[in-house]
Design a protein around this ligand. Structure first.
Ligand code: GLC
Length: 559
């Protein structure tokens, strides 16, 4: 990656992700809403975020919290109205921030009018979805749903099965049908004309299914993924989409690409590619077993290797994320949510703000929010967790929730979806009513108000990280070089640029992912002067031999 790449606002941006259902409730129904987001824009602005990515707020039966859209041009009533949404857009723009909307076009809700007409075989809508026949007691193919169980649902009235790669209420659209694509482009242009600043594209690399829908490898956790991910026409459809919609607009686009490899991703995001960035999942797989419900350990060396490869081998711009609404909380996953919660939350933040790419912060990450101590399946709402556990029970693989409680605690998407913790009042200031998901019991300690008043808080450290990245171009555009690749607990890298106009052109980042003090000798010329730019510990830090405290993070300018 060379430091003289094209400069773009979205490369320098920090994106703050808002999951509206869990962000802030303005009307006391226990569900976050758009007015609630407007009320809390100061918090996002103060963090120095440039962009807000808003998870889906469209009309939806909410079986998958808005990823099951029944009307692309309507706002879901629990979140507010179109007038509320327009007020949000203006308020975001007034603060010189931008708004990126979620685009969910691999599937629609079965409540969408297209699907209803498709069922009735009206007005040419039958071919909008995948309807297939099957032999008795069988399915059209062996693909499974990402949420567990088969990817096919039988419709009694139609007498055929329809394909759903997610929940049975999320039917996959047939992108090979030109009319489907035209309708989608028209809808995207409608939103662009409303003044939005880009799209985060949901599972966008699943849109092209191979002809004949061939069976997949039955051993995979998600059977069929090697068939339907990055399918034959994905590149062509993405290029057509860009061309017909946002290509001439000053937008930011990021495509969620499940199972994508670096080579394929490079096709999507290279200089003239159809997307600006992708969200890949390689680094999210490092602590996953073969199946969603099988345990696995996290090794730092795997995370380093995977993320370093994307830093150096992708032909295009990276997205930098460690969590989102589908992932557990990062301190609980890659750090320590006990004694060293603060230190490890700051360390993980340091990582995200000092790599090359666009930084994404998920709500609550800036507080060091943790996973929730789930005790029963009833407490959970997530279609994936409930689907996976239900499928394992149905298959006789487990007796009940207790058999997989630890894994669910570590992995469930609801960990990220518990309400945002604003203050130490009831329900953490999220709502005056009964929150739709339980509030994490640690809210009296971990919340925005408490952390804002505490100089040493994770929140204030995030403010410093934002300033650091804004002040040092090398952190955005510089080259990346991994040091000590085989070290078990230390991740060290250098960021350098040959840009003559920057004050600091050589940065060393040292991150210690361990609970006991360790010493390390860094392969750095001892004659170099080193100045600490930021650290989660006091003191100067010495080079090239360092003694690192638990979860110590230190960023040096070298001269
Ligand atoms: C994406 C979304 C996730 C959703 C799924 C189906 O992975 O991020 O929340 O459940 O797609 O739309």
């Amino acid at each position: 990656m060379s430091s003289d790449r094209d400069r773009q606002w979205w490369k320098e941006a920090v994106v703050y992700q808002v999951y509206p259902r869990s962000f802030n409730d303005s009307d006391g129904d226990g569900i976050g809403d758009i007015q609630g987001v407007i009320d809390r824009l100061d918090h996002i602005d103060r963090l120095g975020a440039d962009v807000i990515w808003l998870n889906p707020v469209y009309e939806s039966p909410q079986h998958d919290n808005g990823y099951d859209i029944s009307d692309y041009r309507g706002i879901h009533h629990e979140y507010g109205s179109m007038a509320d949404w327009e007020e949000l857009l203006s308020a975001v723009h007034d603060r010189d921030m931008r708004l990126v909307m979620d685009l969910v076009v691999n599937h629609t809700s079965t409540a969408h009018d297209w699907f209803q007409q498709s069922r009735r075989d009206e007005n040419g809508y039958r071919e909008y979805y995948y309807w297939r026949d099957a032999a008795d007691d069988d399915y059209p193919n062996n693909w499974s749903s990402g949420f567990g169980g088969p990817a096919w649902e039988y419709d009694d009235d139609v007498g055929l099965y329809y394909l759903h790669l997610f929940d049975e209420t999320q039917a996959d659209l047939n992108w090979d049908n030109r009319a489907v694509r035209e309708d989608i482009y028209e809808m995207m242009n409608w939103w662009l004309e409303k003044g939005i600043d880009g799209f985060r594209m949901d599972v966008i690399n699943l849109i092209s299914k191979p002809a004949g829908l061939p069976d997949g490898d039955p051993e995979r956790d998600w059977v069929g993924i090697e068939q339907f991910a990055d399918g034959p026409n994905t590149q062509e459809y993405l290029e057509e989409m860009a061309d017909r919609t946002y290509d001439e607009c000053d937008t930011m686009t990021v495509g969620e690409c499940i199972g994508v490899d670096i080579e394929t991703a490079s096709e999507y995001v290279r200089e003239d590619g159809p997307l600006d960035m992708v969200f890949h999942f390689d680094h999210m797989a490092v602590d996953m077993g073969d199946q969603w419900l099988s345990p696995a350990e996290f090794e730092l060396t795997d995370l380093k290797r995977v993320m370093s490869r994307w830093q150096t081998e992708l032909d295009g711009w990276n997205s930098l994320y460690l969590t989102n609404h589908d992932q557990p909380r990062i301190v609980s996953r890659f750090g320590d949510d006990g004694e060293y919660r603060r230190e490890s939350a700051k360390l993980l933040g340091t990582l995200l703000f000092t790599l090359s790419g666009t930084t994404y912060v998920y709500q609550g990450q800036e507080l060091g929010m943790t996973n929730y101590p789930w005790t029963t399946l009833d407490q959970l709402d997530d279609a994936q967790t409930i689907g996976k556990v239900g499928a394992a029970i149905a298959a006789g693989e487990i007796d009940g929730f207790d058999d997989v409680k630890e894994i669910v605690r570590a992995r469930s998407r609801d960990n990220a979806r518990t309400p945002m913790q604003w203050d130490d009042s009831d329900a953490a200031g999220f709502t005056d009513g009964e929150p739709w998901l339980p509030v994490n019991p640690n809210y009296p300690e971990i919340n925005v108000a408490t952390e804002a008043a505490d100089e040493e808080s994770v929140l204030n450290y995030y403010h410093e990280l934002r300033s650091l990245r804004a002040d040092h171009d090398v952190l955005v555009y510089g080259d990346y070089e991994l040091l000590l690749p085989d070290h078990d607990t230390v991740w060290a890298y250098r960021r350098t640029t040959d840009d003559p106009d920057v004050a600091v052109d050589d940065v060393l980042v040292v991150l210690h992912f361990g609970e006991t003090e360790t010493t390390v000798s860094l392969p750095i010329d001892a004659a170099l002067d080193a100045e600490t730019l930021i650290s989660n510990y006091d003191g100067p830090g010495s080079l090239p031999d360092m003694t690192l405290a638990p979860y110590e993070a230190r960023v040096f300018a070298l001269d």
